[in-house]
Ligand binder design. Structure first.
Ligand code: NAD
Length: 258
């Protein structure tokens, strides 16, 4: 338990698929801090995992929401509005690209694969903010998304997801500018490599992880908990003056030249 009290706060977290999901680490830490949490999961396939993970919570609100359709996102926030009355926290931890586009040469990425990766991994932040921000009107709120350093550097194998992360980070700045006056802050955590369902699908993921540990200033990989702690900070009043930022949680890897 960390000394940040989120009791009386409410949040919705998108992107828990299993116990290794970054979204789950964030859900756990926010829940432990006293926030009331809704988990929006993609589909029936992951529902059992999410139910099992939240089994010991007495107040879990679970909502199925395939973010590929804006109407599903609108319905999820309608439910949150009914149940919670208002909202303080939104975590967007959603990404997808076709497996064939996560290896080989970037130059071979097809139009359809490009569209899918950008749609799910970048566009989806917009409807979350569009339908979520009005629920934050009373007390203001914090929106947090997850990105990766391939937004600004070439990571062979990460390919089209790098393009999606570049778009996502640009959205963070534009949304922060849009929503600042409504007291809604929007930030991203740029995390180092972590073993999850999604990262395992990336060609050369093992190289990415090994090299990050070898070359980062701290000479190690990061942990899920370190990302979650940063999310806790961004969702709390401790970060009240921060918006539109990309915060690296990568043991410093991004600062290195050689
Ligand atoms: P994960 O596979 O556990 O999470 C990805 C989630 O996206 C899953 O829960 C999946 O159900 C959800 N999703 C995919 N398509 C969706 C859709 N149409 N509607 C709703 N949900 C959908 O993997 P993760 O590594 O925890 O990924 C979470 C975020 O963290 C992603 O944005 C990822 O790019 C980012 N990230 C991961 C790493 C890493 O090394 N694992 C590093 C930096 C950033």
């Amino acid at each position: 338990m960390y000394p940040i009290d989120l009791s009386g706060k409410t949040g919705i977290i998108f992107g828990v698929a299993n116990q290794r999901s970054i979204a789950w680490s964030i859900a756990e830490i926010l829940h432990e801090a006293g926030a009331k949490i809704a988990l929006a999961y993609q589909n029936e396939r992951v529902r059992g995992n999410v139910e099992a993970l939240t089994g010991s919570w007495d107040d879990a609100l679970l909502i199925e929401c395939d973010a590929a359709e804006d109407s599903n996102v609108a319905a999820a926030f309608e439910r949150v509005g009914e149940q919670f009355g208002g909202l303080n926290i939104i975590v967007h931890s959603i990404a997808f690209a076709n497996r064939e586009d996560l290896g080989g040469r970037f130059v071979d990425t097809g139009r359809d694969g490009f569209r899918v990766a950008l749609d799910i991994s970048a566009y989806t932040l917009l409807p979350l903010a569009r339908y979520g921000a009005p629920l934050m009107a009373a007390a203001g709120g914090s929106i947090v998304t997850l990105t990766f350093q391939a937004s600004t550097r070439a990571f062979p194998g990460y390919n089209i997801m790098g393009t999606a992360k570049a778009a996502l980070e640009n959205e963070v700045r534009q949304l922060a500018a849009d929503l600042g006056e409504e007291k809604v802050r929007v930030n991203a955590i740029s995390a180092g490599p972590l073993d999850t369902l999604s990262s395992r699908a990336i060609g050369r993921y093992r190289d990415m992880k090994r090299i990050a540990a070898e070359r980062s200033p701290m000479r190690r990989n990061i942990t899920h908990e370190e990302v979650a702690k940063t999310a806790l900070f961004l969702c709390s009043d401790l970060s009240s003056g921060i918006t539109g930022e990309i915060i690296h949680v990568d043991a410093g890897y991004n600062i290195m030249g050689i």
